[in-house]
Design a protein around this ligand. Sequence first.
Ligand code: KIV
Length: 276
Amino acid sequence: MRVTINDIKEMKQKGEKISMLTAYDYVTAKIIDDAGVPLILVGDSLGMVVLGYKSTIPVTIDEMLHHTKAVVRGTANSLVVGDMPFMTYHVSVEDAMRNAARFIQEAGAQAVKLEGGVIVAEKVQRLVECGIPVMGHIGLTPQSIHQFGGHKIQGKTPEAAARLLEDAKALEKAGAFSIVLETVPAPLATLITKKINIPTFGIGAGIGCDGQVQVINDILGSFTDFVPKHAKQYAKLTDIMSSAITEYHNEVKAGKFPTEAQSFAMDESVLAELSK
Ligand code: KIV
């Protein structure tokens, strides 16, 4: 049975830690789903780790929907959250509703995520009122990197820390079912987690959050252009892939692949007839 937002909220009440991973394709989603990870985020990190953009800003809603559909097809149990890309929820409440609806109706996601706190609270409230579960995202929100002047830790000054707490409370009040806290000092993330009743998911926010979220390519070591400090590589897929590809390439060049094991036979008489 598919995990619901109520299951996720209950996990916080019971003090159960919650894991979430990103996925962008059917195969990976299936493996994550089978592993029992309750939430899959189709993040707009898609832009960097799959599509080769320099940031999340160029990612379009059509690209996000295409990958969200694949992830939904690969899942039976995990709750799938579609990440609303840059400028698809900023212009107006109407815009936010129309675009969020596409994730639910066309792509089959069960929730959407959007970046921002107080500034997007009205939109979050309207989406929730219309039956669309929303995950918030505050701290280092990558769609605002130009405004931040780069990938910088957020919430370090008293004013910035107070603002983040206010953002988290505004999202909770607006009806968000959970909040991602990205690249904020661990003690601040712990305090925010204690001050609100919905689950927090940390990424570079320390152990005190209710759950953790990581980009799948970071934990598998399959994206190495940039390895963030918050990521732990549980595998080095790039090395495994590189050695398999090199071996294949060398075997083809040396005439060692394919062997009989990968080939198909046919009736000799058919061949003899053709050779006449
Ligand atoms: O796009 C993404 O993958 C995200 C996570 C890093 C939270 O927003």
